[in-house]
Design a protein around this ligand. Structure first.
Ligand SMILES: [Zn+2]
Length: 391
């Protein structure tokens, strides 16, 4: 009961912040505030410094912990050490009315966020994303600790969102006899140069759980993040993707078809498809997170319709249940990219937290977690084309 009351209070105060001053910035004196007492006080998240706060400045805080205060930052919160601040009361702050803008910006280098007099209040680190709460002719408005801050438009770029790369089969050119003109089969050299490109540009890989939390607004992510996914659970991925990913310290998500996951490894034959066996799953978990791609319904029917769309609600549930028994899974890739509202409903009923499609695009704060777009990598994806996805 008491917890519900606290949540209600939090919701009301959040509503007050956003609804105060419908047309212009106004002063509010509610909330809890901290004042920065040391020069260049670090603001950090997940062990990483992501900005510096100017000495003397005051920010609203969201909650306190034993060693730190959480302040609103980017799309969620980041932390400030208690030893660098003091609590203060009744402080006027600028706030903006809730904005309908869905745009984000990203910093390219360390970037100053200013108050309306042009003083630097926060220095945001390179490659951070901030929701845009408003614009002037030359500046974007962002919030830190519920304060309105300004950044010159020329100092930042518009954020496209997070890319999820979609791979299937990988073969060496010399052994590729049967999959030459198949859009989902790329060469091992292509894959290696793509991964080297990402590493050279400072990209780090994220999991489906990271993405889900980012979309739900409970996680910050650097602008240099990418999710790597493989559909179908092909053995070629263990041979040609696993070693490269491991070498670079990268992780990837494998959407496996559990009915094809045998108890013993299959002999590799590049003329046909083999699937990752149970022992291979266990041996590659240091790189691959295994998730769902149906148990036995990865079939395309006449008229190019996925079997998933024609079976009953109960058959669908039963298939997902069997997949979960064989391979615990919380995320899902739609076979052939096909799904409808029933598919999403059953995924939710069965405890799946998010799903990826084959629609082209980037993941943003505004994405639907059950319809996350991806970027398909094809044999025709040159390194120049690949690089363009990260501009
Ligand atoms: Zn598939």
């Amino acid at each position: 009961m008491q917890k519900q009351f606290v949540i209600l209070l939090a919701a009301v105060s959040l509503w007050m912040v956003f609804s105060t001053g419908a047309s212009s910035e106004t002063q509010v004196s509610t909330g809890k505030y901290i004042q920065i007492m040391k020069p260049n006080t670090k603001v950090y998240e997940n062990g990483q410094t992501i900005g510096y706060l100017r000495e003397g400045e005051i920010f609203q805080y969201q909650w306190e912990e034993q060693q730190q205060y959480a302040i609103q930052y980017e799309n969620y919160v980041a932390y400030v050490n208690r030893s660098n601040v003091r609590v203060t009361t009744t402080v006027p702050l600028e706030v903006v009315p809730k904005s309908a803008s869905t745009q984000d910006i990203r910093t390219r280098k360390a970037t100053n966020l200013l108050d309306k007099y042009g003083r630097t209040i926060v220095t945001a680190s390179a490659d951070r994303r901030f929701p845009v709460y408003g614009t002037t002719d030359t500046q974007y408005k962002v919030l830190v600790g519920n304060r309105v801050l300004y950044v010159d438009k020329t100092a930042v770029q518009v954020d496209k969102g997070i890319p999820i790369l979609m791979y299937h089969h990988i073969l060496r050119d010399a052994e590729n006899t049967n999959y030459r003109n198949v859009s989902t089969t790329i060469s091992d050299r292509q894959f290696i140069s793509q991964m080297d490109y990402l590493k050279s540009r400072g990209y780090e890989t994220i999991s489906m759980a990271d993405l889900e939390q980012y979309v739900k607004g409970t996680r910050l992510l650097s602008a240099k993040t990418v999710a790597i996914t493989f559909d179908d659970g092909l053995k070629s991925n263990v041979l040609y993707a696993y070693p490269k990913l491991k070498e670079l310290g990268y992780r990837a998500t494998m959407f496996h078809i559990t009915s094809r996951m045998l108890d013993t490894p299959q002999m590799f034959d590049p003329a046909r498809l083999q699937f990752i066996s149970k022992p291979e799953v266990d041996a590659t978990r240091d790189v691959f997170d295994y998730h769902g791609h149906t148990h036995a319904k990865h079939n395309i029917l006449e008229g190019n319709i996925s079997e998933l769309l024609v079976i009953s609600h109960m058959e669908l549930k039963d298939d997902f249940y069997q997949a979960q028994q064989l391979l615990p899974q919380q995320y899902f890739a739609y076979p052939f990219g096909q799904y409808d509202s029933v598919t999403i409903q059953v995924l939710q009923e069965m405890g799946y937290k998010a799903a990826v499609t084959s629609k082209t695009g980037y993941v943003s704060r505004n994405s639907n977690v059950y319809e996350l777009p991806r970027i398909g990598i094809r044999p025709t994806t040159t390194i120049t084309k690949f690089a363009s996805y990260f501009q």
